[in-house]
Design a binder for this molecule. Structure first.
Ligand SMILES: N[C@@H](CCC(=O)N[C@@H](CS)C(=O)NCC(=O)O)C(=O)O
Length: 396
């Protein structure tokens, strides 16, 4: 299902830089405020609500519980299937700013889209050999289970339930994120606003996410009365916010920064709070369980971009790295003396193709996340040598 290009994508180019810092708002929709809905139970998340009708809170459903009749058909052999097909089927959002969104020219852009290209470069030697499939949060894991996609690069949080009962395996985290909320400064929020300031508010997000379960649980713990409305995708969530039918929207902080950068209306100030996210959202590749060869391929593709970053090897340096100018580890990783790529069913130059065609992690960041104002320095996404959590194992 390929989404059409939306109005906000046309403005994606005109992005204002914005640091990952924020402000705040308060429920000013009096009607919502004085009839607090039973907000502690999240909507039946996997039931995508009718497009613009928010799903009201009733029976909680395990957000991404797969439909029983879905038969997991991926018992291994994904690498050979992709090689035989000559194209990588990659699941993305298509509506997640800076992560995966369909550009005005129809191209798919963002850090998740670039990691789809990196896997295609590693397996097929061609970063363009990707078939992108846009999936809502509620649809995404079924597409992995049924083999409709070989890998999911869709700002998906690694959780215990997804890594077990939902039948997924998770690759290295490509973006350490955390859930935050966004409201209007004109409603009184500031970047220091506590979560309790949303008491009585209509809070909106997309269905099938950790987002809705996180905010429901926290609201219950804090004894807040919120009305939680969920929508099929984030375009609808942001449209409802702009229309004023939502007081506050919530998702991963990076998603709010992206939406603020491309959709904040003239004369209105959207602020993100609280300063410390309310959850851990380690976002990364997702693929079917029980295929360790495919897991190695996807995992080491991500590690290759981080090891190149560690060694300061950019896409322009791939040849010099292959020649040994950046040391033995980089020479191995590029396919030179003592290469290890062929032990996982790849060509020796698999990661040479990744770095030369897509870039290292910093280049991928600069191309997709920096334009919306996401700052890597000082964040959990910095390299371990700079105080962050990015710590790829050694290529030896
Ligand atoms: N990381 C969370 C949330 C993922 C999520 O769906 N985020 C939103 C906001 S950025 C999104 O991708 N929206 C795009 C869409 O709805 O397609 C999860 O894995 O459940």
């Amino acid at each position: 299902m390929i989404r059409s290009t939306t109005r906000w994508q046309r403005t994606a180019g005109a992005l204002a830089a914005l640091a990952l810092v924020v402000g705040a708002c308060g429920g000013d929709d009096d009607t919502a405020a004085d009839e607090p809905a039973a907000a502690d139970e999240p909507a039946a998340a996997d039931e995508p609500a009718a497009a613009d009708e928010p799903a009201a809170a009733d029976e909680p459903a395990a957000a991404d519980e797969p439909a029983d009749e879905v038969e997991a058909t991926q018992g291994g052999g994904i690498l050979d299937a992709v090689k035989a097909r000559g194209v990588l089927n990659c699941g993305v959002s298509g509506a997640a700013v800076a992560f995966s969104y369909t550009d005005a020219d129809g191209s798919m852009n963002g850090i998740d889209a670039d990691y789809c290209r990196a896997v295609a470069a590693a397996v097929l030697g061609d970063a363009t050999a990707v078939e992108f499939t846009s999936l809502t949060a509620a649809e995404r894991f079924t597409a992995v289970q049924t083999g409709a996609v070989d890998v999911l690069m869709r700002n998906s949080t690694w959780t215990q339930s997804r890594d077990t009962e939902v039948g997924m395996d998770f690759g290295p985290t490509t973006y350490y994120d955390g859930q935050q909320l966004m409201g209007r400064a004109s409603d009184g929020f500031t970047s220091a606003s506590p979560v309790s300031d949303i008491d009585g508010a209509i809070v909106c997000t997309n269905a099938g996410t950790t987002t809705e379960t996180n905010i429901s649980e926290l609201a219950a713990e804090l004894g807040l009365a919120i009305t939680l409305n969920t929508f099929e995708d984030y375009d609808q969530v942001t449209d409802a916010f702009i229309a004023g039918t939502c007081d506050v929207i919530t998702t991963d902080g990076s998603g709010l920064v992206g939406r603020k950068a491309v959709q904040e209306p003239e004369g209105e100030t959207w602020v993100i709070f609280p300063a410390t996210p309310i959850s851990k959202e380690p976002l990364g590749p997702v693929y079917a369980q029980n295929d360790s060869q495919w897991a190695d391929v996807v995992n080491w593709t991500v590690y290759a971009t981080l090891i190149a970053d560690e060694n300061g090897v950019t896409s322009a340096d791939a040849d010099a790295a292959l020649a040994g100018d950046f040391g033995a580890e980089m020479q191995r990783l590029m396919g030179g003396e003592g290469e290890k790529q062929t032990f996982m069913g790849l060509d020796a130059d698999a990661f040479y193709n990744v770095v030369s065609q897509v870039g290292n992690y910093q280049e991928i960041w600069d191309a997709n996340l920096a334009p919306v104002g996401l700052v890597r320095e000082g964040s959990a996404n910095a390299l371990w040598t700079d105080g962050g959590l990015m710590y790829p194992p050694p290529a030896r």
